[in-house]
Write a protein that binds this ligand. Sequence first.
Ligand code: BES
Ligand code: MN
Ligand code: ZN
Length: 491
Amino acid sequence: MIQFSAVSSLSQTPKTWVFLACEKEDGFLNFPGKAGVEIRKVIEEEGFSGKEGQAAVAHPKGAIKAEKVIVLGVGTKTEVTVETLRRASGRLARKAREFRVEEALIEWPRQFKGEQIKAFVEGLILGSYQYTRYKTQLKDASKGIQKFILKVPLDQLSSSKASLKIAESYCEGVLLARDLINGAPSDITPRVLADTARKMVKGPVRLKLYSTKELKRMGAGGILGVNIGSALEPYLIHLHYKPAGKPKKSIAIVGKGITFDSGGLSLKPAGSMETMKMDMSGAAAVLGVFSQLAKLKPNVEVHGIIATTENMPGGRAYKPGDVLKAMNGKTMEVLNTDAEGRLVLSDALSYAVKQKVDGIVDMATLTGACVIALGSLISGAMSNDPKLMDKVKEATEAEGESIWELPLVKEYRDDIKSKVADIKNIGGGREAGTIIGGLFLQEFVGDTPWVHLDIAGPAYLEREYPAVPYLTFGGTGLMVRSLLTLLRNQS
Ligand code: BES
Ligand code: MN
Ligand code: ZN
């Protein structure tokens, strides 16, 4: 990870100097004196106007001793948000890699405080990320930023350092999630997810692991059913964080952990399978969050629950027509083995309810329909509790991880009525696929306040989105930061 520091005075001129600049009339923020005017003139000739999304590199001669100056446009001064800064630094990360900048310093404007520093640091770390586990030739590759200094006003030094620490912790969680998602599906197996959870056990974090034998005893027919076609053991992972003081609330975060979704006997076409190593992104988010709880110490009890298995078409695989019984006793007719996420989550949600929590947030790459409806930058959200929904909205907004609420239309429940069991795992046709998924999950949460996040689109990017440069190709580690903020807001 990038080595950060915050200082209030400088002993020497940095090699690369970074500035934020607003649109013309507002000029540079923290204007670097007369020399700055010169720089601005030069880059304006190349079309830089300070608009949000712009970034310019200049090689100053004379007045400024730095080798390079990078100027990031942040738009109109009064309209700068935390997300503007997260994106500006994401762009900085890209520029730095392009221009082989490894060390830089930013002259941080006084008007931007803690939340803004946090966002800027996040953008830089997340935008610098590359997944290189399987690359054998990296020697000549540009490393990107390795060392970064924030120069802040003296009276803001200690608060800046605190914000920096929080941003680093958030990103460590996100990067863990990204690495898990990006790993090959034969490397990131259910057992690897369980082992990752095992490494988090210390101090306030405890773990219970249930595999086939225990799952049978518990009646986890959803997880077991999906698992039969796979050669690998399934797990129900239960992480538990208990803060030192008396927490006001307890929350369960639940993740879908299908380490590879072939579709099972309702086999996916080859093209649709290409990215299905990402079908454990909900689980990765839970692990990312838990990796940071002991450090961030929110005053809320947290249960992290993951249902993990492959969905494979092996010789003993579950079949269309099979009936599975979930942990809460409900029977589920399987008509499509590719609607497996809701089946494994039926057990995970039933288990979450048993923990007697005040709220449940589940994250699942549940439906392709959600990708069609909202694309790769917005998650679908459904809930039985407007208050919890509002809190989730607030947290995701603060972290720039957009969600859009869809209604759990009760009239559509008829669509999952089964002739042979309590419910069936698909609706009648192609209508409202994401809502049908949400309605299915609702059968397992009872009255517990609950929010379901369908992250099928934004969990994994098959291309880059220039408007959001801190998101990189592949796993995004979505919802780690939002959930950490949600949990910290509870206390
Ligand atoms: N994991 C997929 C959903 C998915 C699709 C995630 C594309 C990310 C990108 C899920 O298990 C699935 O296969 N859903 C089916 C449900 C259908 C059979 C009711 C789908 O969306 O086609
Ligand atoms: Mn599927
Ligand atoms: Zn799936």
